[in-house]
Design a protein around this ligand. Structure first.
Ligand code: 3HC
Length: 328
């Protein structure tokens, strides 16, 4: 199937003056649009980050999709179905945004399917009980909102605009998750309360890892911050998420699995114990509990969708031919 034509950004050679003018636009708060001149490094960083983000949305359908057929009521099934469907839409939307940078999405999808591309570590953990659906909505979508609300002010226009729309839907995702968590933890049987606490125990640390490595180990942050793609560092956003989430956990009688957690009266921050970065890098490098399963599922879906792509291509060709004949 051919990809929609994507226009490569202006390709005039780089010069100190051009870079200075580009950076002045960014400092001035201007939005960079697809046809504008941009340094090649800026373009590459955006392709890297946006494609990883798109892949994350698509792979992110799998852990929860696992529960659609086993949702405990029609209401829960409808909520979960529409949430998972939203994630597919987010992925497609961000792939479109990435194509405005002159790459072909099929190339990006190929990188995902072959295991070459990264996607968020969080989606390589298993969903063991239905409480995981609530906890993912609350913690994982909650973390995504903290990260993506800021990206809605990113300097690259198509990405920022995609984030505005996506964050609206992520808010619904978080609310449905917290509502389920609150229901289980406050109105549930002792078994249900234990089930939701167990889910928090398993998802807490991986959710903190979503924000990426510590700032000192984040090679991409400097340029992304300078170009205002990122507005805050990984650690700053992680801290914001922790400060928002601990009071929510306490409000519904849940605890996070961190014996070192302490509130710092001076900074007004909740300070956590150390994050297991060895685990993080293992998962990022493909050795998490579900990395192989996730890639196998995406490859299977891609193979089984071949007939859909063939049919869409045939339809597009037929339509174009008819238009040509009518115009002649
Ligand atoms: N999982 C997998 N890889 C990660 C990661 C994570 N949680 N955090 C960082 N990495 C990778 C980076 O991609 C980078 O690898 P690369 O240089 O080979 O591309 C390396 O680790 C070093 O990290 P950096 O901090 O230097 O990378 P960034 O500056 O790009 O920061 C980020 C990482 C904070 C994830 C940033 O890229 C970002 O904000 N991305 C956009 C948002 C996004 O992709 N979110 C993923 C979750 S989507 C989601 O949650 C869907 C929702 O529906 C739930």
């Amino acid at each position: 199937m051919t990809s929609p034509v994507s226009r490569p950004p202006a390709t005039e050679p780089e010069s100190a003056d051009r870079i200075a003018a580009f950076e002045a636009r960014i400092a001035n708060g201007e939005s960079i649009e697809p046809k504008d001149w941009m340094p090649e490094k800026y373009r590459q960083q955006l392709v890297r980050m946006m494609s990883q983000h798109a892949h994350s949305e698509v792979v992110g359908m799998l852990p929860e999709g696992n529960w659609i057929t086993r949702a405990p009521s029609l209401r829960r099934k409808m909520i979960l179905l529409s949430k998972v469907q939203d994630e597919a839409g987010h992925g497609l939307y961000i792939y479109c945004g990435t194509e405005t940078l002159g790459v072909d999405r099929h190339e990006l999808v190929e990188q995902l399917l072959s295991g070459k591309a990264k996607y968020s570590s969080i989606f390589n953990y298993p969903t063991i009980t239905y409480a995981d659906v609530g906890v993912i909505g609350w913690l994982v979508d909650g973390a995504a909102i903290v990260n993506q609300t800021v990206l809605a002010k990113a300097s690259y226009g198509p990405y920022a605009r995609a984030m505005i729309r996506i964050c609206k839907e992520e808010n619904f995702h978080k609310r449905q998750g917290f509502e389920l968590v609150a229901h289980l933890s406050q109105d549930g049987t002792p078994e249900q309360k234990a089930m939701v606490q167990d889910a928090v125990d398993r998802w807490w640390w991986p959710s903190l890892m979503m924000f990426g490595p510590h700032d000192k180990d984040s090679p991409n942050s400097d340029s992304l911050l300078r170009w205002r793609v990122k507005r805050f560092t990984n650690d700053e956003l992680r801290q914001r998420f922790i400060n928002l989430t601990i009071p929510q956990a306490r409000a519904v009688g849940l605890t996070v699995p961190d014996p070192d957690l302490v509130f710092n009266e001076e900074t007004k921050n909740w300070e956590t114990g150390p994050i297991d970065w060895d685990e993080f890098w293992r998962v990022v490098k493909g050795e998490g509990p579900c990395n192989r399963e996730r890639l196998a599922a995406r490859n299977k879906a891609h193979d089984e969708g071949a007939w859909v792509r063939a049919a869409a291509t045939a339809y597009a060709e037929k339509h174009a031919h008819r238009k040509q004949t009518e115009a002649a």
